[in-house]
Write a protein that binds this ligand. Structure first.
Ligand code: ADP
Ligand code: MG
Length: 457
């Protein structure tokens, strides 16, 4: 090669071996590795010669144009992207072409569907005889998406998804409904008992084993992890994620929502309203702690409990102090919270899927009870929520990094206050009260995530 080859901060590139005729790439010497947008990343092939298949929509403005690519896997690597998220990615080696130059590059596969550029060209792909001029764009000839011409896919290929429902309770209402909704849409779904999974790490392909044999590749994992198995469930989920499966809620987000302390801290940082809350482990100054939340009446909650069991209302300051002393004696983590009396034993459960509230119910506590949990005898009816409540529910879900959540909200004098965000919300109460097919909405959301084309059906 002779002469200096200039690259602007954006360039058209092609990948002859992948069948990609034209991609607009952002050239970023601030990034080490190059990455390519890929969806439905599926490893296959033998252990000696691992391969990967993935889908790419080269034109961000024409999602019906979808190309399936196949490439050898050369590595798996942990990559931290510009938004600070670390992800274990497949690395492929393939040749890139700009103008008349053709050279091999390593590219990591990741979902860049929300990015303006399907390709990021990092500095390891830029060779010595190239110079990058960050002030100009398209130093090399422009290509066009028209090159794909007749390869335009008019009708999406209907490929059923392979879905794993990660649950210890395949027969409960929510599990049954999710299975039913997935099958009704032609997908393969299998309930997998979290605690019966075992994990093999190391090597190029992480594996999840189950009852004596490795599980096949799943496109999607729907985690329904109970509070008693959070830690192991998260490990199993991370393993599935590292096989390239799309996890409907990430292990990290589930962990954050389960940890009431962390969840409150994250919500406070995002200025999401919550009742005034104080956390404690074994404080010496009980009185001071009770006063922090405005004295009695106050609600004391054991951090490890769910379904309203560890939630107690202390009507007087004395009662609150005795409760705090008792919990302290148990060596338990707990919180004490201002009692939102104007909520009058009612809270709103918003079911969020993606960035939408897909159903909302008002739960009213039984007579003489302030906890509205359905497990505590509360009753549910559908409710029209205010825009304010809707926004808070969506925001709380997003802040915790969840895509599916049940957000419990109290309506207080000072606006909606989030009590908790549940990462495996039950569907029974909400489907019965709203008569909505929430499980179906969940499956449709998954289709848009894993196969962007499904949206257009
Ligand atoms: P759990 O995780 O056990 O469901 P929650 O924090 O959701 O615990 O509390 C259970 C129920 O108790 C809530 O749904 C709500 O009805 C009631 N509750 C909880 N905290 C308060 C509070 N600070 N003020 C008024 N009611 C509350
Ligand atoms: Mg609750």
């Amino acid at each position: 090669m002779n002469g200096i080859f200039s690259l602007g901060w954006e360039e058209w590139v092609s990948f002859p071996d992948l069948g990609l005729d034209a991609i607009k790439a952002k050239v970023d010497t601030g990034a080490k590795t190059s990455s390519l947008h890929a969806a439905v990343i599926e490893p296959f092939g033998s252990v000696e010669k691992p391969m990967v298949r993935f889908l790419i929509q080269p034109d961000p403005d024409r999602l019906d144009l979808e190309i399936t690519c196949v490439a050898p896997i050369v590595d798996r690597r942990s990559v931290t992207s510009s938004n600070g998220e670390t992800e274990l990615r497949y690395v492929i080696e393939t040749s890139i072409k700009i103008a008349d130059r053709n050279w091999p590059v390593e590219v990591t596969l990741t979902n860049r569907e929300n990015m303006a550029y399907r390709m990021l060209l990092g500095r390891t792909a830029i060779t010595d005889e190239m110079v990058v001029d960050p002030n100009s764009s398209f130093c090399q000839p422009k290509l066009s998406f028209d090159l794909y011409g007749e390869r335009l896919v008019a009708e999406p290929v209907q490929r059923p998804l392979r879905i794993a429902l990660l649950t210890r309770e395949p027969n409960n209402y929510s599990s049954k409904r999710i299975v039913e909704a997935a099958r009704a849409r032609g997908h393969h779904i299998q309930a997998i008992d979290t605690t019966r999974c075992y994990l093999k790490m190391g090597g190029l392909a992480p594996e999840v084993h189950y009852d004596g044999s490795p599980l096949p590749h799943f496109d999607v994992v729907i985690p329904r992890i109970g509070a008693s198995t959070t830690a192991y469930g998260m490990a199993v989920l991370r393993q599935f994620a590292s096989t390239g499966a799309y996890c409907v809620n990430s292990a990290e987000a589930i962990g954050a929502s389960r940890d009431k302390l962390l969840a409150h801290q994250m919500m406070a940082a995002a200025k999401i309203g919550t009742p005034v809350t104080a956390f404690a482990h074994s404080p010496k100054d009980t009185k001071q702690l009770v006063e922090l939340v405005g004295g009695a009446p106050a609600v004391v909650k054991l951090l490890s409990s769910t379904q309203g069991r560890g939630v107690v209302l202390a009507e007087t300051k004395k009662a609150a102090e005795s409760l705090v002393d008792a919990f302290r004696g148990l060596d338990a983590n707990f919180l004490i919270q201002e009692f939102v009396s104007e909520a009058a034993g009612a809270d709103i459960r918003c079911l969020v899927v993606g960035n939408k509230v897909v159903g909302a119910i008002k739960r009213q506590a039984a007579d003489g009870e302030f906890r509205s949990n359905l497990h505590r005898g509360g009753s549910a009816r559908r409710v029209r929520i205010s825009k304010e409540v809707r926004e808070v529910a969506k925001r709380a879900t997003r802040v915790l990094g969840l895509s599916v959540a049940g957000v419990d909200i109290l309506e207080s004098k000072s606006g909606p206050q989030v009590l908790e965000v549940n990462s495996s919300p039950g569907f029974e109460g909400i489907e019965r009260a709203t008569q909505k097919d929430i499980a179906g909405v969940l499956i449709e959301f998954i289709e848009t995530k894993v196969r962007p084309l499904a949206k257009k059906r």
